[in-house]
Design a binder for this molecule. Structure first.
Ligand code: ASC
Length: 150
């Protein structure tokens, strides 16, 4: 009996862990607003560094590194909110019909973010500028393929 309770408890934990991330959202609209909110924050924390990369504003290595730390966390957030059944918003149907391509663009973005994190920790402006540009390219690649024209 005790063993059965244990097995039941372990099974419940396994189901909870394996539950698709989309199940975090009770309704598709909640997933859509979550991914839009997280993308807006990513856009803010990324975009605020553009004047630095363009040398319009002095390079403050510590401020950039701190901002990139925040960005690295934010960058993880949107993807779980594109689950099956959450089609719509500003996302093209191709994000679901070409799931592998969409996933590849996510992975490329996250790889570029990791490189930006390494570069920004180095305190080297040129390393930051190059890595920043590559993150921007990965944003654009994915938006061109999977975001609806505005
Ligand atoms: C931004 C932002 C994007 C990307 C992209 C880079 O700041 O909101 O979507 O940069 O424009 O090419």
């Amino acid at each position: 009996m005790k063993k059965r309770i244990l097995i039941t408890a372990i099974s419940a934990v396994m189901v909870a862990v394996a539950t698709p991330a989309s199940a975090q959202f009770a309704k598709p609209e909640q997933a859509i607003s979550y991914r839009q909110a997280s993308m807006a924050l990513i856009g803010s924390h990324f975009g605020r560094m553009a004047p630095v990369a363009k040398k319009e504003v002095p390079f403050d290595a510590a401020a950039i590194a701190a901002n990139v730390e925040v960005l690295s966390v934010l960058a993880q957030l949107p993807w779980a909110a594109f689950g099956a059944g959450t089609e719509g918003g500003d996302t093209k149907p191709e994000a679901w019909s070409d799931a592998a391509g969409f996933k590849k663009d996510q992975d490329d973005f996250l790889g570029a973010i990791e490189k930006l994190q390494v570069a920004s920790k180095s305190g080297d402006f040129d390393a930051f500028r190059v890595a920043f540009g590559n993150v921007g390219k990965s944003c654009k690649t994915c938006h061109d393929a999977y975001r609806k024209e505005k």
